[in-house]
Write a protein that binds this ligand. Sequence first.
Ligand code: AMP
Length: 219
Amino acid sequence: MRLIFLGPPGSGKGTQATLLAEQEGVPKISTGDILREAVRRRSPLGLQAKAYMDAGELVPDRVMIGLIGQRLREGDCAAGFILDGFPRTLPQAQELEAILEDRGIELDAVVNLDVDHEVLLDRLLTRLVCGECGQVYNSQTDPPPEDQRCMKCGGRIESRTDDDQETLEKRLSVFEKQTRPLKAYYAGHGQLVEIDGGQSIPEVHQAILAALRRLKHLQ
Ligand code: AMP
């Protein structure tokens, strides 16, 4: 299975990509997670990316394209992958297409999750994440254990530093300008699957599975 998840911050891309990747036995590749890990390790990539991330802006395309090209060459991607947070611009999408074409690989689908702006803000302002494994919690709907330790790995649970109101508004406006056009791009390629991301996590998961089954029948 080779999939891309598209959608604004807070649309549930990461959660749904994780569920599907576990079910399908393929890696979930989150460029945001890779960058956050690089920032934590203070690697050259992290040092380069941090200022953009803190400002809610996109890390330059050439950095991201190099990063994803390298990651997709790793052995665990041979049987498939699910991309979460890449591509985010038209040049990234075009480069990805070139990389896949070069390797004789085709995408199965691009899953687009749409959610109302107000719901996104609400979700993101109450989002909590494990600093170690990235597991997502929510202070209102899915609160973490009292000791603020992750149920999966025991890591410390915290708010993302870019989930404050000002940075969030910036990230959502960057999404509208730079990433939203990818929906039309992939619709033009006949690869787009549209899902209502405002439903519950299991409902969205089931809707994705049903849509992928329908797509398979059509192909
Ligand atoms: P995310 O965890 O997907 O919300 O990503 C967090 C931050 O990492 C974004 O706000 C960007 O600064 C950066 N980032 C992640 N993926 C990309 C990408 N494909 N292109 C540019 N910047 C990215």
